[in-house]
Design a protein around this ligand. Structure first.
Ligand code: BEZ
Length: 202
């Protein structure tokens, strides 16, 4: 299988962590790529018409995207059970969607700074993205510690990658403030071999 990948992308990191956790890392060839529309020459448009990463080209030639579809496929392929049976599945999918939403907002903030000249940036839009992150963190802190204490699942992996991305690109925002339970959980989770092996640099 070929994986269009970028170690800085938290969505790609979800897939990479799953591959590590399920012993499938050696089954993929990683193709360096970007998903930003300002650099179409490095987007996997021949495999994903949206050009976004990650995209997984299966051995039979079919391509899977986005990260949620890829993760479900790879979990099923390994029989790993990171997506458990209902009713717990609904919690796992909601946690994964919440973590993906944090990533979406945090990545858009980065793109705003990276792609727009300073005079064209809209501070209220950037702060609106951060407000989404902040509301999600408050909800996770208030309602999810019980779930986070349970067995490893894909929602937890996604959340670990989302919080890791906040440290990576938005360290100055101090997401840990007023989120003690989440911070304690993240400290343990970030020490997993799969998270250490996929930690973004630069
Ligand atoms: C980043 O550099 O933060 C980034 C790279 C690829 C996808 C998303 C984010």
């Amino acid at each position: 299988m070929q994986l269009f990948d970028n170690p800085a992308s938290p969505f790609c990191r979800k897939v990479d962590v799953l591959l590590h956790e399920t012993g499938q890392s050696a089954d993929v060839e990683r193709i360096p790529a970007v998903g930003a529309p300002t650099d179409p020459s490095r987007m996997p448009v021949a495999h994903n018409p949206l050009g976004k990463i990650p995209a997984l080209v299966r051995d039979d030639g079919g391509t899977l995207y986005d990260s949620r579809v890829i993760c479900r496929y790879l979990d099923d392929r390994a029989g790993a059970g990171l997506y458990p049976a209902p009713p717990r599945l609904w919690e796992v999918l909601t946690l994964e969607a919440t973590a993906d939403g944090i990533m979406d907002a945090a990545v858009l903030m980065v793109y705003e700074a990276r792609c727009r000249p300073e005079a064209m940036r809209v501070a209220a839009w950037v702060e609106g993205q951060w407000a989404k992150v902040a509301r999600a963190l408050d909800a996770l802190e208030a309602r999810w510690p019980g779930h986070l204490a349970g067995p490893l699942d894909m929602g937890q992996i996604a959340l670990g990658c989302a919080l890791g991305y906040l440290d990576f690109r938005h360290g100055g925002r101090d997401w840990r403030q007023a989120h003690d339970a989440l911070a304690a959980w993240e400290a343990d989770f970030a020490a997993r071999d799969s998270m250490v092996a996929t930690r973004p640099e630069g």
